[in-house]
Design a protein around this ligand. Structure first.
Ligand code: COA
Length: 168
């Protein structure tokens, strides 16, 4: 496999992250092509807990955003993982796996209780994400919603109170 560097975003990377995120979600059934805007709103409201990029030379080929979420049952310390974006011409090379693993390692180090994600269920389930019918992402088809307990023993039940950046 080709080698990529994973690092945190810097201010100068913001336009490249915007471009990459816009390109990655074209034609995805769980997308309304708002992901680039979501990342920017999270950043602008200090809710972008983690922002990692995969870089190959000068090119940004992958990006992952992490933001805090609430759960209606009162469970604290959970996060939304995503948008996760890999450049269309570089998908299937392991980049998405690398950036997701990096984010999960960081979240485990932070003592995060767990994470939720919206997107490609087949991809997410490779990392232990589960279909949890009792945990609801309002307005999203449940087939695209997955959750993974980290420090917590189990995935909670309830409604996910995601950041307003994800609102439609
Ligand atoms: C989904 C996405 C992040 C995966 O990143 P990626 O770099 O393409 O994935 P990887 O190369 O790390 O794939 C890891 C494994 O998952 C598999 N996989 C990746 N995407 C898949 C898909 N859509 N359906 C089935 N399997 C998939 C790969 O075949 C690979 O399997 P292998 O190790 O047996 O070869 C990327 O394709 C992407 O940006 N998609 C568009 C945006 C998107 O849907 N984001 C939401 C992500 S939840």
């Amino acid at each position: 496999m080709d080698t990529f560097t994973i690092r945190r975003e810097a201010e100068a990377d913001i336009p490249a992250i915007r471009g990459l995120t816009s390109r990655a979600f074209v034609d995805k059934p769980y997308s309304r092509q708002r992901e680039a805007e979501i990342v920017e709103k999270l950043r602008d409201t200090d809710a972008l807990t983690l922002s990692f990029m995969a870089v190959k030379g000068p090119a940004v080929v992958g990006h992952i955003a992490v933001s805090p979420v609430g759960i209606s049952d009162g469970t604290a310390n959970w996060y939304a993982v995503g948008p996760i974006s890999v450049a269309p011409e570089r998908q299937g090379e392991g980049i998405g796996s690398l950036i997701l693993e990096r984010a999960l390692t960081e979240l485990r180090g932070m003592g995060a209780g767990g994470v939720v994600a919206v997107g490609d269920a087949t991809f997410l389930e490779r990392f232990g994400f589960e279909d949890v019918p009792g945990l609801v992402w309002p307005g999203m088809d449940p087939q695209f919603v997955r959750a993974l307990a980290l420090a917590d023993a189990a995935v909670p039940a309830g409604t996910i109170l995601y950041h307003e950046a994800f609102s439609r």
